[in-house]
Design a protein around this ligand. Sequence first.
Ligand code: 4AD
Ligand code: MG
Length: 477
Amino acid sequence: MARTKIKELLVGDFLDTKVTIKGWVRTFRNNQFIALNDGSTIENIQVVVDFENTEPSLLKRLTTSACISVEGKITASQGKGQKVEMIAEKLEILGDSDAEAYPLQPKKHSLEFLREIAHLRFRTNTFSAVFRVRNALSYAIHKFFQERGFVYIHSPIITGSDAEGAGEMFKVTTLDPKTVSLLDTGGVDYSVDFFEKETHLTVSGQLEAELAALALGDVYTFGPTFRAENSNTSRHLAEFWMIEPECAFNDLEDNMDLAESLLKYCIKYALDECAEDIQFLNSRLAEEEKSKPQLERAEMGLLEKLQFCLDHSFERLTYSEAIEVLKNSTPNKKKKFKYLIEEWGADLQSEHERYLVEKHFKKPVILTDYPKEIKAFYMRQNDDGKTVRAMDILFPGIGEIVGGSQREERLEKLIERMEQMDVPVEELSWYLDTRRFGTCPHAGFGLGFERLVLFVTGMTNIRDVIPFPRTPGNAEF
Ligand code: 4AD
Ligand code: MG
């Protein structure tokens, strides 16, 4: 008999029908009640075993995490907590699980502990919920763009350029460090390397997306990106997924509108499609908040926060306006910020971003028109000679979730800025060709996928929303 997924069983009309289900034992109570989970939903189904007529040796093997297949009839449940249950008729063990050795006990484990056994954490309620939500969000992203006629572009993972000019890249090489040949200048001779030049893992697909946008109109990328920045924080990964739309003919206003609707669309999609999972994560977070001192507790629960985000438009203001707010803020005056805001031009730290979002405006914020010194070379220069058409979207509990800009489409201005910033003009000649041949105003942004998943799941550490996190000192599994 083909297997029926538990999710279907719980919503469909299966009363009095005979089905086969397969899954992993969560608990086995009174030698009679199995709570079975197959990953299709956070809910378990209760399987009732006729223990008097079952081999004791078989009953003994119904341990936590054993994998079983059961055939039986679905009936209305006698007990509390579930509408239907299965009366087992045929029970088969597919895979035993040694209860003594199994690291996950049916009790609460810390997220830190679960991170060490990331290969098994899928089997917990929390992580199965997180990864179903992550799945729904990635589908929502494609759905959003596909419904609007965007073309999905696969930008390369291995590149010969540094899109952000930040120099935080992982090298890609087949050279053996023990026998590597050096040039007279002391540098490594990459001409004998696999690609016959120096290559890296991409930090962003933006430059390639721009090439595509200036022919296809509206495009987006959605893929892994890599940063060798040594930031051991709860918001940074060395390998993370990024969504980068790029649109010909868009200006910064259009760019902000697109980003705001994308974020709202994804949040709404997850709320609609993953209602039980988010409900579960909402309770999980509420429970966790209880253990914090009153002052540190979040003002809103997860569900409330997500709904709030859907119901309100994001606050839009310029960097210069934000600096005024920060300069006059209580934590700045009372010297509570680690980095005090003293003058225009200061780079904003996450403490400042979070103050603006969580304390001052109390909603998502879009900051625009940053000083050109703290932004990348490709951003469109404003007439004031000081600022660029940049935008960052800041979210409560997260800080920066989106970074983007209108691009500098004027060839001379772009070259001038590249030279000022020591970006190699010759090497990026292919990029400049878009400005040489039929340039046009265009804009785009990058959305950090894990930061979106963090926001929607209410998890607090980015390591807990990607199956196998890569961070400084950690590339386990
Ligand atoms: O602000 P970033 O560096 O922008 C770019 O890479 C542009 N090329 C995007 C574009 O305009 N097409 O990164 C974009 C977003 C950030 O806002 C953040 O959400 C996420 O990517 N991000 C990270 N997420 C996890 N770990 C890291 N180390 C991240 N670095 C950036
Ligand atoms: Mg940024």
